[in-house]
Design a protein around this ligand. Structure first.
Ligand code: BTX
Length: 323
């Protein structure tokens, strides 16, 4: 907003000096309480502010941005992330990536936003994507594979993300089939794979990755309090998002080349080594029905196999899993 811009300009001009609450209030024409609210909002977005009685406020640190330059520096991939579209605020990075995919941008193009106003999950569910604290991005890939194999890319991406988290934090996340990445039982990342196809050929896959990085517990809305977590909450340290993204890109590319050369089998083995549901009693809610049984594993295609109490084996292509 305009007020926000004025406020940030004032802090910029002040440099290392403090701005008093009254000064700010006069400047932007609002009450002291409103000033305090603006300051709190800046904090939520990752600004670090020092507040000293009778002196006022000053900015000590601005939030880390995810601009293309930030990510390109030191990026060692051949094609993933070489072409980056960076936005401050978007409805959904998926939407933009779909548009770009139609325009035939090069494979490996990524759309990244600091904030999504209507980030989405599967089946039109919402994905909470607050400013500066997470990684909200969509990657365009164009593998020459039949449509039925597209879900394998979700599993491949999950492995790449888990390994990136491990490399950056030492935390070891678990994967809940098909697309949830959990730490201590709470969701830290969601993956959404969407497609453009012609007949039975994939034109583009758009892989959306939503990752909670530096949120504090109170940054999550009520309905996510018990089910969501961030790397900051689990590790107790602020994580540099740009570095994490570089790890994710490198890992996806490595696994993708492996996948194109040797097929899904090596990916499947890696995926199973991180999966929590395998061998356990689970409940799978599909669009039409709910099946309970033991998760036997995934097929070479990436389809979940569930054995019910009568010994019948069900192939689950898409569902929500309860452990
Ligand atoms: P999903 O359908 O498996 O999960 C959605 C559910 O997860 C929601 O209904 C809610 O309960 C929970 N949830 C919502 N936001 C969060 C969050 N920040 N952390 C943890 N849990 C949450 C998962 O769908 C796939 C999400 C993909 C998101 C990426 S972000 C970049 C790209 N753009 C976009 O609009 N979506 C993708």
């Amino acid at each position: 907003s305009e007020l926000r811009k004025e406020l940030l300009d004032a802090f910029t001009n002040a440099g290392d000096s403090f701005l008093s609450g009254q000064y700010i209030a006069d400047l932007i024409g609002c009450s002291r309480t409103a000033v305090w609210k603006h300051i709190e909002e800046l904090r939520r977005e990752g600004f670090e502010l020092e507040a000293v009685r009778r002196k006022g406020y000053r900015i000590i640190r601005t939030p880390e941005k995810l601009t293309a330059d930030e990510i390109r520096l030191g990026l060692k991939t051949k094609f993933i992330g070489k072409n980056i579209f960076y936005e401050e605020s978007v409805e959904s990075t998926q939407k933009i990536a779909h548009q770009l995919a139609y325009e035939n941008v090069p494979e490996g193009t990524v759309v990244i936003a600091e904030e999504q106003i209507s980030g989405r999950g599967r089946m039109d569910r919402k994905w909470h994507s607050p400013k500066y604290t997470g990684i909200w991005m969509s990657l365009i890939l164009r593998p020459q594979i039949p449509l039925t194999k597209a879900p394998q890319l979700t599993l491949l991406t999950a492995v790449a993300v888990v390994q990136a988290i491990e490399e950056m934090t030492g935390l070891i996340p678990e994967i809940k089939w098909p697309n949830d990445i959990l730490i201590n039982g709470k969701k830290v990342t969601g993956i959404l794979t969407e497609l453009h196809a012609e007949a039975d050929r994939i034109h583009s896959t758009i892989i959306g990755i939503g990752m909670n990085v530096n949120q504090k517990q109170e940054d999550f809305p009520n309905e996510l309090q018990t089910i969501a977590t961030s790397l900051f909450i689990e590790k107790g340290e602020v994580i540099t998002r740009a570095n994490l993204i570089k790890h994710i890109f490198a890992n996806i590319e490595k696994l993708y080349f492996l996948y194109l050369d040797e097929g899904f089998f090596p990916i499947k083995l890696l995926w199973e080594s991180y999966a929590i549901s395998i061998g356990k009693q689970i409940r799978a809610r599909t669009l039409t029905t709910t099946i309970e049984g033991k998760a036997l594993g995934i097929t070479d295609e990436g389809v979940l196999q569930l054995e019910d109490q009568h010994g019948k084996i069900h192939s689950i292509y898409s569902a929500d899993i309860e452990l």
